[in-house]
Design a protein around this ligand. Structure first.
Ligand SMILES: [Zn+2]
Length: 131
């Protein structure tokens, strides 16, 4: 499959996309409304048909993006209120999608373990996006 290169988004662009999102309170077929803290999602559960790629946070110029996390307020990797710092792990290796049904903007990246791959998804709260 030949995909065009994804455009690199910065924090301002990501925030703008998330601010433009106006999800309704009712559940969406994408079932991503509760993915606020890096939910693990299998390839089968990923609602690919609904998801429109917006770009990526992974800078192609960086060989190995940092694994350092950013938690100035004592949050953890899987805290729902952890800042979305585009230069830190795991945001620096995420692709950005929008659900065409509910307009939610979500981040997705893949963890590669020894014997598994694990897709992680998190809904973008624009208030948490930081440079
Ligand atoms: Zn949706």
């Amino acid at each position: 499959m030949n995909m065009p290169p994804a455009s690199l988004l910065d924090a301002a662009a990501l925030r703008q996309f998330a601010q433009a999102s106006t999800p309704s309170a009712s559940p969406c077929p994408c079932r991503l409304q509760d993915a606020k803290a890096w939910e693990s999602i299998t390839e089968e559960r990923w609602p690919g048909a609904l998801m429109q790629p917006l770009g990526t946070l992974r800078d192609p110029a960086l060989h190995e993006p940092t694994f350092e996390e950013w938690h100035p307020a004592g949050t953890r990797y899987d805290s729902p209120d952890a800042p979305i710092s585009v230069r830190h792990f795991p945001f620096n290796r995420c692709d950005v999608y929008r659900c065409t049904a509910c307009t939610r903007v979500v981040l997705r990246y893949t963890e590669f373990g020894g014997y598994y791959v694990d897709h992680r998804v998190r809904v973008v709260d624009p208030a948490l996006v930081t440079g």
